[in-house]
Design a protein around this ligand. Structure first.
Ligand code: CMC
Length: 428
């Protein structure tokens, strides 16, 4: 027998169905709440609100579990590749050899971008943050592929947009960086795999020979897998809600990039390194910053700590911490900021304030350290996150569309002035 939940209000009882997911998490289905009772729910930050059902990613914040389409993140990070994970997220199953080859070939074929996009790039000042440049260029794809504005396009056309996005993202991301550096942009090299092509476009200069380091390329691939999806977080919810208005997929993904940019979301990876560097410059006293984070009169937060969902540990942080140790050892990098990070982590994990609030290092705490070791500059960190999160955003956008979800439109409880008469200016 299916379960239900009861609500009593002003002497009247209302009953609502309870739906249960495949991992046994339950939700009260309140779709008919307002129609039957006149009430709505109020949940700032959507801490208790399920916006959708989804078959893409499962995470259990208490147990520290993360799975894409049922596959453990630990297995995927160790055994898979970013393109294979992208296929899995978007199409629901791991690809066969033939499917994988077709998918990779298609992506490689679409890496080049229209030359006119360079004119848009040239319009940005050279100190423009690469996240703003990236989101603008992705949105500009609506102008180059206006068919994407048609919400009733065929599945084949939608799929071509998906391929174009994955294919062109490294080109755009590296061009945003080159603009910042005042260097000429590089064109894709289709003889290389996804990450090696990205690295070559990012670092090669016309004056020097550049060889991709396979250690760097493999580490990057793993990082992208770890960032590939994370269910209904701020940027993903943004992508779904923009897409629910039937805006173009390019506009929806561009909106997701903007949401990711904030320091409480993907922008945290940049803030972590800036924080660690500030601690180092200030004499390396981790405890002083721990105290600042605990002081309610100080707005400072320990960046890279805490998570809306993970209240035990972030499984991605565990994998990244190990990967950071491996990469630094393999590349022979000795980064003093890593020592500060370890000291800060140790101090926070043993501090009652952090224990009581279940604040653990999140994915962004160690990712910046690897990015630094790989030679990626600090303000490109969030762009790296966007590169990794792209297949997740696409999968979620596609699922929203295929489910035929209605336009996202939350309600509110109005707390403003009651009806009043207009007062002409000379009487105010
Ligand atoms: N440093 C110090 N105190 C903190 C921190 C922190 N990093 N995070 C949370 N708290 C405290 C907060 O002050 C509050 O204390 P109290 O109960 O005394 O008022 C309590 O912990 C609960 O915090 P919250 O803000 O209600 O929790 P939330 O779920 O709304 O926020 C968060 C989650 C990730 C925004 C927050 O932990 C934070 O700001 N962390 C730092 C930024 C960061 O690392 N973001 C990356 C998140 S993971 C990757 C991603 O999403 O992109």
């Amino acid at each position: 027998m299916s379960e239900s939940a009861k609500l009593s209000f002003k002497g009247q009882d209302y009953e609502f169905p309870v739906i249960t997911g495949t991992e046994n998490e339950s939700a009260i289905d309140i779709a008919k709440l307002r129609a039957t009772s006149g009430l709505i729910t109020l949940d700032p930050g959507y801490k208790n609100t399920g916006a959708t059902t989804s078959a893409i990613t499962f995470l259990d914040g208490e147990e520290g579990i993360l799975r894409y389409r049922g596959y453990r993140i630990e297995d995927l990070a160790e055994k898979s590749t970013f393109l294979e994970v992208s296929y899995l997220l978007i199409y629901g199953e791991l690809p066969t050899q033939a499917q994988y080859e077709d998918f990779s070939k298609e992506i490689t074929h679409h890496t080049l971008v229209h030359e006119d996009i360079k004119k848009i790039l040239e319009g940005f000042p050279s100190n423009a943050h690469p996240m703003g440049v990236l989101s603008s260029m992705i949105c500009a794809l609506t102008a180059f592929y206006p068919d994407s504005l048609n919400p009733n396009r065929s599945e084949e056309e939608v799929n071509l947009s998906i391929i174009r996005l994955i294919a062109k993202m490294p080109t755009f991301a590296t061009w945003a960086y080159k603009n910042e550096m005042g260097h000429p942009v590089n064109y894709p090299d289709n003889s290389l795999d996804y990450c090696s092509n990205f690295l070559k476009m990012m670092f090669a200069l016309p004056a020097e020979k550049y060889d991709v380091d396979p250690i760097v390329s493999a580490a990057l691939d793993k990082l992208l897998i770890l960032h590939a999806d994370h269910e209904q977080n701020c940027s993903t919810s943004t992508v779904r809600i923009v897409g629910s208005s039937q805006a173009s997929i390019y506009a929806s993904i561009s909106a997701g990039i903007n949401a990711l940019w904030g320091p409480l979301h993907g922008g945290a990876n940049q803030s972590v390194i800036e924080m660690l560097e500030a601690i180092k410059a200030d004499g390396g006293d981790a405890k002083k910053y721990l105290d600042k984070a605990k002081d309610k009169n100080d707005p400072f937060r320990l960046m890279g700590f805490g998570h809306r969902v993970y209240k035990n540990f972030d499984p991605r942080a565990k994998i990244i911490k190990k990967a950071a140790d491996d990469v630094l050892a393999k590349l022979g990098v000795n980064d003093p900021v890593l020592d500060i990070a370890k000291e800060l982590e140790h101090a926070a994990l043993n501090d009652q304030y952090f224990i009581d609030r279940q604040l653990y290092p999140n994915v962004d705490f160690y990712s910046g350290i690897i990015y630094r070791a790989l030679g990626i500059p600090t303000d490109m960190f969030t762009v790296m996150f966007a590169l990794g999160r792209l297949p997740g955003w696409i999968a979620q956008w596609k699922e929203m569309r295929e489910n035929g979800e209605p336009i996202g439109r939350p309600r509110q409880v109005y707390t403003g002035a009651n009806e009043r008469d207009y007062v002409s200016m000379n009487k105010r």
